[in-house]
Design a protein around this ligand. Structure first.
Ligand code: COA
Ligand code: AMP
Length: 626
């Protein structure tokens, strides 16, 4: 048996043995005796009698182990052209002090703290400071609009919100403070305090609830780590579901620390002292896991990057950063590589950089199409590793395990199931499908450590959304197949979730906003193919009878509405007026059929369709690349 086969087999046959051993990578205040707690199935828990502190594992332990002067965080802003470094000792000092500041603002173990920040080291400090106190952070991506932030505030009910004066996009300053103020006024729940980090590019006037980050730090005493149960929540991260109401994915402390520490070596082949760069945003799960927690658990150096892969200033930015810091592993989304390929097809920028320390490019967040895979492999000369996972799982479900046992790469596949994940491909009735046949991808319970134990405050929604469709299984929401060698192929979502530039969005929530336009009678938002972003949302709208409006004017109004209600990240720019939507005779819009056509799949037109000519009209619009 190979190393991978041995590990995989043991992880399924003896999960307690496998993860019990992995748990030794973590420093516990009280080592767990119970590894897998199955006393309340289908809600499994890991390490339920263990006690630890996540911040201790990310910072303190490395300072104690002699890494005080090693860079922990490098901030590289391609927008300001500035960079700065914080060692492990400096990160610990600032984090402990900010934890003291949060405590002065009333935050204790179990309290929630919403973090709405751009890509600055202070975002990591705020997250780790919450972990230090045993408080639960909920980071909200800066590209979301006030209404989305307000929905998260109402669900998480934070005592304190940590934000910044601004974020920086290549062409504009994103003013966070007015958006924060608006979201607080929209929300029913009110925080008691906001701590605002003032950036030099744009300073803001503070209100009665606000404390300046600097003042908060100056007044605070450093706080020590608070020991928490392994099963206590570390964070809540909201992600798009099929309905408009985002799902609060809960991450616990113990399973998360074990799984992420294990993954950093076994999947990403990163050791203490290595240089690691995850070019994502702290607002997404990739940012949580692989900008913040995993590299710090591993004692590596993590690069926090503010900018875009192209245009700030050019398509060579990524390779220059890799050269400057001797990056060993880069993690980003395929869309970033497609954007670079468009600008630098011949790879001139790549060749002009010294990439001698660069070992692997990891891509996730959306399907890695074979063209992008081949281009990156040819031009970079390093393995290009697809890895498939979700906000729910928090770390890869399938990948090529570069530390445990590198395996041959098959373009179009993120390779094999990671130890702990028992992947099955099922038909609609839950029957297992043979190799090569596409179906619903499910994972047999229990999911491994680090994956979601539940949804925030809503066990039932967790059970209903994920654990009921296929009893005993977690329904991933993705479709795909396994080949004869056990390689996994992910072909796309089976629900109304779309992936725009690696950002997960719910078409349901976009439709809810489009439908509020006064002239719109009904609408469907479908993800259509886009050469750079993979998918983009396109709105098909039917106007109210007698409504008169110029098509371009309507498009502008709807785009503005979606930007205001969901945020610029929704990237909804295409709106087409159609005479009707394809429906069943009972009036149900055939969204699944529309989605299938947009995905280029063969779709059987339901016999219950009311008027097939509408679908024929929509067909070219669904397939168009814009
Ligand atoms: N705060 C405020 N606004 C933001 C934002 C943030 N943190 N992030 C993005 N936006 C805005 C952008 O400015 C843009 O606004 P615009 O319509 O006014 O130009 C809009 O949201 C869409 O942003 P984005 O999807 O990033 O598109 P882009 O055209 O600016 O860049 C790529 C395209 C491909 C270069 C970019 O999406 C990218 O680098 N993606 C990498 C993928 C990634 O990080 N995925 C995370 C999971 S791994
Ligand atoms: P998110 O929760 O934002 O990470 O998005 C998760 C979704 O992105 C998954 O359910 C997939 O649809 C898609 N996804 C993530 N990684 C991959 C991948 N490597 N290949 C195909 N799809 C992916």
């Amino acid at each position: 048996m190979t190393d991978y086969q041995r590990a995989y087999k043991q992880s399924l046959a003896d999960p307690a043995g496998f993860w019990g051993e992995a748990a030794q990578l973590v420093k516990w205040d009280k080592a767990p005796k119970v590894v897998l707690d199955d006393s309340n199935i289908p809600l499994y828990r890991w390490f339920s009698d263990g006690m630890l502190n996540t911040c201790y594992n990310a910072l303190d332990r490395h300072v104690i182990d002699g890494r005080a002067d090693q860079p922990a965080v490098i901030h590289e802003s391609a927008i300001t052209g500035k960079s700065s470094t914080l060692t492990y000792a400096q990160m610990l000092e600032k984090t402990a002090r900010f934890a003291g500041a949060l405590r002065m603002a009333g935050v204790e173990k179990g309290d929630r703290v919403v973090i709405y920040m751009p890509m600055v080291p202070e975002a990591l400090i705020a997250m780790l400071a919450c972990a230090r106190l045993g408080a639960i952070h909920s980071v909200v991506f800066g590209g979301f609009a006030p209404a989305e932030l307000a929905a998260r505030i109402d669900d998480a009910k934070p005592k304190v919100i940590v934000s910044a004066s601004c974020g920086l996009e290549p062409t504009r300053i994103v003013e966070y403070k007015p958006m924060l103020d608006e979201s607080i006024s929209l929300a029913t729940h009110k925080p008691t305090r906001c701590i605002i980090f003032q950036r030099e590019q744009h300073q803001v006037e503070l209100g009665p609830l606000d404390i300046d980050w600097k003042d908060a730090m100056a007044m605070a005493e450093p706080a020590e780590c608070v020991s928490v149960a392994a099963t206590d929540p570390l964070y809540i991260l909201y992600t798009s579901g099929t309905t408009g109401k985002p799902k609060g994915i809960v991450r616990d402390n113990g399973g998360h620390a074990v799984a992420l520490t294990w993954s950093m070596k076994n999947i990403y082949n990163i050791d203490a002292g290595d240089m690691w760069w995850s070019a994502s945003d702290v607002g997404w799960v990739v940012g949580h896991s692989y900008i913040v927690y995993a590299p710090l658990f591993a004692g590596a150096t993590t690069i926090v990057f503010e900018g875009k892969p192209v245009g700030t200033p050019d398509a060579g930015t990524f390779w220059r950063v890799i050269e400057r810091y001797g990056v060993k592993g880069l993690f980003t989304a395929p869309t970033a590589i497609r954007a670079i390929r468009k600008e630098d097809y011949n790879g001139d920028f790549i060749r002009s950089a010294d990439l001698s320390k660069f070992e692997n490019l990891f891509l996730a967040g959306e399907r890695l199409d074979p063209d992008t895979y081949h281009w990156a492999t040819k031009n970079l000369g390093v393995p290009v590793i697809d890895n498939w996972w979700q906000t729910e799982t928090g770390w890869p479900i399938a990948s090529n395990l570069r530390g445990l046992e590198p395996m041959p790469i098959k373009p179009g596949s993120p390779t094999v199931a990671i130890p702990g994940y028992d992947i099955r491909v099922l038909d609609e009735l839950g029957n297992e499908l043979p190799a090569g046949t596409e179906g619903n991808i499910a994972i047999k319970l229990p999911l491994p450590p680090g994956t979601l134990p539940t949804l925030w405050g809503d066990d039932q929604r967790y059970i209903d959304s994920y654990l009921t469709v296929f009893p005993g299984m977690y329904a991933s929401g993705d479709g795909g197949y396994l080949d004869e060698d056990g390689y996994v192929y992910i072909m796309g979502r089976t629900d109304d979730v779309i992936n725009v530039a690696g950002h997960r969005l719910s078409t349901g929530s976009l439709e809810a906003v489009v439908a509020t336009h006064e002239l719109v009678a009904e609408c469907a938002v479908i993800g259509v193919a886009d050469a750079i972003k993979g998918q983009i949302p396109k709105a098909f709208v039917v106007l109210k009878s007698g409504a008169q409006i110029d098509a371009e004017e309507l498009r502008k109004q709807i785009v503005a509405l979606v930007r205001k209600e969901v945020g610029p990240v929704a990237a909804l720019n295409e709106v087409v007026v159609v005479p009707g939507l394809p429906k069943t005779r009972s009036g149900k819009v055939l969204r699944k059929t529309m989605r299938g056509i947009a995905d280029g799949k063969h779709v059987d037109i339901p016999s219950t369709i009311e008027d097939a000519s509408i679908l024929d009209l929509l067909r070219p619009l669904l397939r168009s690349e814009s």
